[in-house]
Ligand binder design. Structure first.
Ligand SMILES: C[S@@+](CC[C@H](N)C(=O)[O-])C[C@H]1O[C@@H](n2cnc3c(N)ncnc32)[C@H](O)[C@@H]1O
Length: 302
């Protein structure tokens, strides 16, 4: 694998690594299970040897709540997809899919058409790592797009996207890596593509308070909040994908409504702690809450 490919998939690997770690926990003790995550992560064998508890402890040393934040994001979207798809949703578009394996690991209706959108190099590596025979492969179409320079609409339509069908779109862990113009034009293209169908959109965004008031992006008493905020942004830049676009809640709501979407939910780990972690005896204490990134659901109706 060349260096340039590694640089492009650094953050996708980072998220897959947390899914691998979570999948090592015992069935009654985990929030998600992703049997494919290990295929994408360099050093997966060492992580498996270290096990769930030790790996989560190590991740806590880097930033308390970081692992749980990413895992709650995955679970929140899993729930959204499983809840929406039996109910007349016919297409699912995973924008910036990276090493997301929802298409293969969730129980989805057999008629659901799935489009995975990402950069070609990342998709190439993903396909080379997935087993040849994998559940639901016949329903998945890979669509290469660079959000910063290409038209999503054109690429999706060329790949067989049907504008008359109800669709769920997810943009998970991507908005911080693309320019504001690219996010705006992507949402604009979604609005045009879906003007004749009911649409659900999930997107995550990094709170702009991270720069202005880092403490506000963590629970009360979070250790060294400002220092950790710097470490986290530095870490992402170091693997080749700096956070270039941060947003306030108002900006996101405006951006969505300018593109015909109305926001229905805006959550962070702080809201999902009691739903996902308390039932399995892993409640995250307030001083370990990591809420830099928000999870938003929006709807548009014909
Ligand atoms: C942090 S990863 C998230 C991957 C996946 N959504 C997940 O949560 O596991 C960010 C993803 O956005 C993709 N990405 C970043 N910039 C992009 C661009 N300009 N065009 C298309 N995809 C991009 C990366 O290739 C990567 O897969």
């Amino acid at each position: 694998m060349s260096n340039s490919i590694f640089r492009k998939d650094g953050t996708a690997q980072g998220v897959a690594k947390q899914r691998l770690i979570e999948s090592l926990a015992k069935p009654g003790k985990r929030v998600i299970y992703d049997p494919y995550a290990e295929k994408f992560v360099l050093g997966a064998g060492i992580i498996k040897l270290m096990g769930h508890k030790f790996s989560v402890w190590l991740s806590k040393k880097f930033a308390p709540g970081f692992h749980e934040h990413l895992i709650s994001r995955t679970r929140f979207i899993d729930d959204l997809i499983e809840k929406s798809t039996p109910d007349k949703v016919e297409q699912y578009v995973i924008l910036g899919a990276g090493y997301d394996s929802r298409a293969y690991r969730l129980k989805l209706p057999s008629g659901l058409k799935i489009f995975e959108v990402d950069q070609p190099e990342v998709q190439e590596r993903k396909r080379s790592k997935l087993p040849d025979e994998i559940h639901n492969a016949e329903n998945v179409t890979y669509v290469s797009v660079d959000f910063n320079h290409q038209s999503l609409k054109e690429q999706l339509l060329n790949a067989g996207f049907d504008e008359s069908k109800s669709t769920v779109f997810t943009l998970e862990g991507v908005s911080q890596y693309i320019t504001r113009e690219a996010l705006n034009s992507t949402l604009n293209e979604l609005a045009v593509l879906t003007q004749n169908s009911n649409t659900t959109l999930f997107m995550s965004y990094v709170n702009s308070l991270l720069r202005e008031d880092p403490k506000a992006c963590f629970g009360k008493g979070y250790p060294n909040a400002a220092k950790r905020a710097k470490l986290i942004t530095y870490g992402s830049a170091k693997v080749g994908e700096p956070w270039i676009s941060l947003y306030s809640a108002e900006e996101i709501e405006d951006l969505l409504s300018q593109n015909r979407f109305s926001l229905t939910e805006n959550k962070t780990l702080a809201n999902l702690n009691s739903k996902y972690f308390t039932p399995i005896g892993r409640t995250i204490p307030e001083n370990h809450i990591f809420k830099i990134e928000h999870f938003v659901v929006a709807k548009s109706k014909v």
